[in-house]
Design a protein around this ligand. Sequence first.
Ligand SMILES: Cc1cc2nc3c(=O)[nH]c(=O)nc-3n(C[C@H](O)[C@H](O)[C@H](O)COP(=O)(O)OP(=O)(O)OC[C@H]3O[C@@H](n4cnc5c(N)ncnc54)[C@H](O)[C@@H]3O)c2cc1C
Length: 632
Amino acid sequence: MSNIDTSKMSAGQREALELTEAARGNDEDRSFAGGLFMGRCAWDQVYPFPEQSPADIEAGQPFLTELARILRDEVDADQIDADGEIPEPVIQHLAAIGAFGIKIPKHLGGLGLSQTNYCHAARLLGATDANLTALLSAHQSIGVPQPLKLFGTEEQQRKFLPRVAKGEISAFALTETDVGSDPARMKTTAEPEADGRHYVINGEKLWCTNGTKAGVIIVMARTPDEVVNGKPRRRITAFIVEMNTPGVEVVTRCRFMGLRALYNGVVRFTNVRVPAANIVGGVGRGLKVALTTLNTGRLTIPAACVGLMQKCLDHALDWAETREQWGAPIGKHAAIGEKLAQLAADIFATESMVLLTAALVDRDPHADIRLEAAMCKLYGSEAGWRAVDDTLQIRGGRGYETAASQRARGETPVPVERYLRDSRINRIFEGSTEIMHLFLAREALDPHLKVAGAVLDTRLPLGKRAAAAMKAGGFYALWYPSVWLPANGTPAGLTPELAPVLAYARRASRRLARTLFHAMALHGPALEKRQLTLGRIVDIGTELFALTASTLRADALIKGLCPNHPREELLRLVVCLHRRARLRIDALHRDLATNTDDAHHALSRELLDGRHTYLRPKDPGLSRPPFPTAKA
Ligand SMILES: Cc1cc2nc3c(=O)[nH]c(=O)nc-3n(C[C@H](O)[C@H](O)[C@H](O)COP(=O)(O)OP(=O)(O)OC[C@H]3O[C@@H](n4cnc5c(N)ncnc54)[C@H](O)[C@@H]3O)c2cc1C
């Protein structure tokens, strides 16, 4: 069980936390990104940058080439957006080339490709159409293929994987009307029948992507509580459900501001009998299945964001070069040039993070990449949103105009307006930005909770806490001075110009470790509630991971693995990333020391208490401001 003191939490909070804690993975191996929060840069884990092997490139090339061709020749993303439907022949053709079973092993009917090749496919999809990206991603990043690959029995794999690899669409149903980011209060139930051979599912799932088209889906449901130490503990279990089972009903298709051709629906279960043999990962392990699936599943969104950002850079550059205002191409005005540079830096950083993390998965499918993947999702979805917003700004009024309207006026249509509608959701689903901050903060604190959690845990007897304090004292007596020692070491053989960047990353990670420790010392257990403090700490760690991944990738590219990347250009890009990361990290440290957190907290409490009503006049036309206005 966790070392987090839950004694002062509300019952709901405690239950949510304990359930999530129980589902956390085996965290014995600290990852590279985890080490950053402890002042450790384990270069041996990431250097040299794990470039894709020629064999893996060769394995993926035929599929990726064919995918790119279909996306270029057969997909009209504006039409899909206008119709709210993906043409059936496109889906059929994608299924025929294996796009529904990219990572499913060959002997089970899939292509058996690596995570890196899967990320390349996501990038191609992200550059073309967000609806197709969501269709294929919900199907195989979180739908039936991934949980079954990770947790399925041999029989389940043999029964379902060949079907879904061929193109039978699958989905993942966790969310309910009252259950969003926090699954503990899930209402959908699965009751075992007397002989235990079947379960009966009742409930309703909201926003199930692919739900309206799926043949088979993964459903999370509450199975009867188990009793642990005399207390009931909730259990969530994952079931494979055939959509043609009596009692399964798609109640409605949901529609959104973007992703207009998403096959997303409310799925209702009324006395749906499911064989116990369809339980994935064991009774009570559903949340573990969901969270573990999402660990690698989360890489798809940032990989797709890379494709989207590359497309944005194309459009932004075209316009910045050709559009002249005030006597010069707009790209030459500093305010626009700044946006182009930020966009370029974001593409390289996000792609480097994604490729590094994907390579870690390919090197060891059991590698602990929870932090890296969450950082990719957090950084990539935010960068993707900035990229689209800036591209829209660069295109001015045309950015806001629909592609159809541009076409009707005789201009070449550029669908940035659609990109904006389609990409906003990336900051919300598969772990919102706020939830990614909390998730990463929990992982960043983990080594400290292991060492010192018992000291702060008021549930434990005093004697145990005193013994824990002695042990923690021993650890910190060595660790704390170590994060003050000068540390500039960089990997041997690194491109010399890049050494100062990694030396900085190493120093900055020690500063980060000290800052986290000081925050713990200052706030104690209350740190858990200081979301803004933790969020800044997490953002510093994420910036450092982005900078490190980018620098190491530039090093590999410079060393000639890819002759298309001239040395000076890469060095220039890394200089930009280095300066930007430094400034952002300094600003985050400044904000940790001086901020509006307490003032804003007090104001938000008053707002929630129903005060400051003058800000919400019932009739804005007639009501007067609360303060006297000066006479003219
Ligand atoms: C287009 C679309 C497709 C989707 N596809 C699927 C799918 O296939 N399967 C599925 O199961 N679900 C799906 N979802 C659901 C999606 O994953 C949820 O929307 C997401 O988990 C957030 O839940 P929520 O919308 O209920 O927001 P809530 O959890 O109610 O959160 C509302 C806001 O509060 C923030 N917040 C919540 N808790 C905290 C906290 N403790 N601290 C700080 N901030 C917090 C959130 O970040 C968010 O900004 C989809 C949703 C959409 C819109």
